[in-house]
Design a protein around this ligand. Structure first.
Ligand SMILES: Cc1ncc(COP(=O)(O)O)c(C=O)c1O
Length: 358
């Protein structure tokens, strides 16, 4: 809960946290966050069920997956969800039929630098017409949202997005729609992997300052929607060395955990570089550059990094290698049993145990 508390302190009562469940749908985590008053961003009926099982009040749920089927909208509505993101006329029409009278968060696109994976959304120029359509068909236009891209290392991207949102907000109000209250600034706050990144405090301060500058005294409910920055650093994967192969002038260390069975696929797709430590060797042991491979012998099953990992020269089969910051978008979301290596077992430790192990 340390990361959640950092958000609350940084927000200083000026906004609330809505955790993106997809980053880590762990029941104990959801229960703990809900007990502390967090809302939850959900993307599917199963995530809604998980949120409700964690006793999240339905009014603290927001459904952000704009690729859902109309049947899924109806299920969500039946389960009590009343806030849905939308970024197209087709989606608004589906909402009118399957979630009559629901609140809509219009999702804007932004083309952020500093992140590898830009997100979906409508263009600012389309937003007013969408707000008018929503209003006409009986939906409540509650606010605006966007995502500046995950693992966003440039806080100025929120400032740009908030400036754009303020212009859209004013245009919607000028069109006679005045129920806007919520400014959901999305996720994207980076987690610390191998490198230092802007902190939760820095990103939140930038967001609040930009809201002050561009919304002035307008009444705005700020919502932050973190995923990885809340949970990545709370997770670790402990692998064992299967073999150390010296060939072609290089060294490959084969671990029993890799891209597929430990769900580390983000290091292939979005430039995430997990920190690693050899647990059974002193920190100052002589080391050398190595490639780190998973167990499947598949060419993709390698923790790809720009700067090679270095591990002890004396590393041997059976030694443990800790892969850090694996708490978000890993085991519970992407691990598969490719090549017959089943997903690793998952253990949830009490917060006190995590403190001791740090
Ligand atoms: C709608 C929405 N909000 C929040 C997040 C969390 O993003 P991050 O993990 O980058 O903080 C995501 C992640 O994909 C998302 O789709």
């Amino acid at each position: 809960m340390h990361a959640y508390d950092r958000y609350l302190t940084a927000l200083a009562g000026r906004g609330r946290v809505q955790f993106a469940v997809k980053a880590r749908p762990e029941p104990q985590l959801l229960e703990a966050l809900v007990r502390r008053g967090a809302g939850l961003d959900v993307a599917s009926t199963n995530e809604i069920r998980a949120a409700l099982a964690a006793e999240c009040p339905p009014e603290l749920l927001s459904h952000s997956n704009v690729f859902r089927h109309e049947r899924e909208i109806a299920e969500s509505f039946d389960l009590g969800v009343r806030v849905f993101c939308a970024d197209s006329a087709a989606e608004l029409t589906r909402l009118r039929r399957a979630a009559p009278g629901a609140s809509v968060m219009l999702r804007l696109t932004c083309a952020p630098a500093g992140s590898e994976l830009p997100r979906f959304g409508c263009h600012a120029t389309e937003a007013v017409a969408l707000a008018q359509l929503a209003d006409e068909i009986g939906l409540h236009v509650a606010g605006l949202t966007w995502h500046v891209g995950t693992q966003q290392t440039d806080p100025a991207q929120w400032r740009t997005a908030i400036e754009q949102a303020a212009a859209v907000w004013s245009a919607i109000r000028r069109a006679g729609i005045d129920g806007l209250r919520v400014l959901n600034v999305g996720g994207g706050v980076p987690a610390r992997y191998r490198r230092d990144v802007p902190t939760v405090e820095t990103c939140t301060a930038t967001i609040l300052a930009a809201v002050d500058d561009h919304f002035g005294p307008a009444e705005v409910d700020v919502v932050v929607e973190p995923g990885r920055s809340l949970v990545a650093e709370a997770g670790i994967t402990v692998a064992r060395v299967k073999s150390v192969l010296e060939r072609g002038g290089g060294v490959a260390v084969v671990l029993d955990a890799g891209i597929w069975n430990a769900g580390l696929v983000e290091c292939l797709l979005s430039g995430v570089e997990y920190p690693v430590h050899a647990l059974d060797h002193p920190a100052n042991a002589p080391d050398r550059p190595v490639r780190l491979c998973g167990p499947t012998c598949d060419p993709l099953d390698e923790l790809r990094v720009a700067t090679p990992y270095r591990l002890p020269v004396a590393l041997a089969p059976g030694d443990r290698v800790l892969i850090g910051s694996t708490g978000a978008y890993c085991a519970s979301t992407t691990a598969t049993d490719f090549c017959g290596y089943p997903p690793l077992p998952n253990h949830v430790l009490p917060a006190r145990a995590m403190e001791v192990s740090r």
